[in-house]
Design a protein around this ligand. Structure first.
Ligand code: FAD
Length: 327
């Protein structure tokens, strides 16, 4: 790990002023729980000149379910606090399940919501200190023609990493909004519009500008009767990232699916909203035929690489299990 300056702002304004104007390599980075950033630094994958520690900034650790059922989630709320919150478990099960699926209790107790949503790719090539891929300013994606077991089957190219966050698909399915504050003011971005594919940007995974802090996430009270879940398939039974996951929210009325939201994880460089799968569900009875049709629709445009064709089948199974579990 190379030397860096540690800045400990006491206000949000001080934190923002310590951030660079662009995502250039070597610029200052925000430090939350450090569970991703410190491994990135330790592996010499990034070499920031300064870390801006968020822990001293007040009011970023609030977790509130309001009387009307809306959720407000500060960026410094830990993943474990989110998983343990009874109000979240009852009103937003997909989010609580996604949180409890992440890593280990030790990591969850340090990892924050803001850090989880902004963590960098876990692609083994990106994480290798000797590889200079597209994501590190190079001119190749080794996953495309090399070992592609963990790579994207949807939305890939030029880079084929998959977005690693478990919280992100759940928040997209619950129609959350991300709130950002930067040097020029604040803005709210719908979670569905926060993440970008690698043909839009290679030096970042989202629309967040380098001088912006994600300060909080808000989730609206879900429509009456809406049920949600997060189903994650991982390679190891102990902690692991998703090979494929599905966040689903479904409302059934009069025996038919009236509303459906489907977001996949582990398949694309961003959490993958699947409107085709939603269309296959709406208007159908909440039963196997619709779940199978949704799975087929979700992977209709999949373009697997040499070693990840299994993910096409896995998406169908994971989606079926997720829908079955809330039926
Ligand atoms: C062994 C292991 C297993 C893991 N398994 C999983 C898993 O199964 N599922 C999963 O989803 N994750 C998993 N993770 C990743 C882990 O969840 C993240 O590393 C963690 O959530 C990051 O949060 P943090 O607060 O530690 O962020 P940090 O490491 O401090 O920051 C991560 C990134 O986010 C940026 N950042 C932090 N806060 C903000 C903010 N408020 N606004 C803007 N940018 C910000 C930082 O600059 C940095 O680039 C695993 C990690 C490890 C080490």
């Amino acid at each position: 790990m190379r030397p860096f300056e540690l800045k400990s702002p006491r206000t949000l304004r001080e934190a923002i002023l310590a951030l660079p104007d662009d995502h250039r390599p070597g610029g200052a980075r925000l430090l939350a729980g450090g569970q991703d950033l410190l491994t990135v630094l330790g592996g010499d994958i990034e070499q920031p000149d300064a870390l801006v520690r968020l822990a001293g900034v007040p009011d970023l650790d609030q977790l509130v379910v309001s009387p009307n059922g809306d959720l407000e989630l500060g960026a410094l709320v830990t993943v474990q606090a989110l998983a343990d919150h009874v109000g979240v478990q009852q009103a937003f099960p997909a989010l609580a399940e996604a949180a409890s699926s992440i890593a280990s209790p030790q990591i969850r107790s340090q990892a924050t919501v803001g850090g989880n949503l902004n963590q960098r790719p876990r692609c083994p090539y990106y994480r290798h200190p000797d590889v200079v891929c597209f994501k590190k300013g190079g001119n190749t994606c080794l996953a495309e023609f090399g070992y592609s077991k963990y790579a994207a089957i949807l939305g890939g190219g030029p880079s084929y990493f998959v977005h690693p966050s478990d919280l992100a698909p759940a928040l997209l399915a619950l129609d959350a909004t991300f709130h950002l504050v930067g040097k020029t003011g604040s803005r709210a971005v719908r979670a569905r519009e926060y993440y970008v594919l690698s043909d839009v940007a290679l030096d970042t995974e989202s629309v967040r500008r380098a001088d912006e802090v994600l300060v909080k996430v808000t989730v609206p009270a879900q429509p009456k009767g809406m049920r949600s879940t997060y189903y994650k398939f991982k390679e190891r039974s102990s902690y692991d990232f998703a090979l494929v996951s599905a966040a689903v929210a479904v409302r059934v009325a009069g025996g038919k699916i009236a509303e459906a939201r489907v977001v996949l994880g582990g398949v694309a460089p961003k959490p993958w909203h699947a409107p085709e799968a939603e269309a296959a569900l709406v208007g159908q009875p909440m039963a196997g035929a619709a779940w199978r049709a949704a799975g087929e629709a979700a992977v209709k445009d999949a373009l697997p690489l040499e070693h990840n064709g299994y993910k096409v089948h896995l998406v169908k199974g994971v989606l079926h299990r997720a829908l079955e579990s809330i039926a």
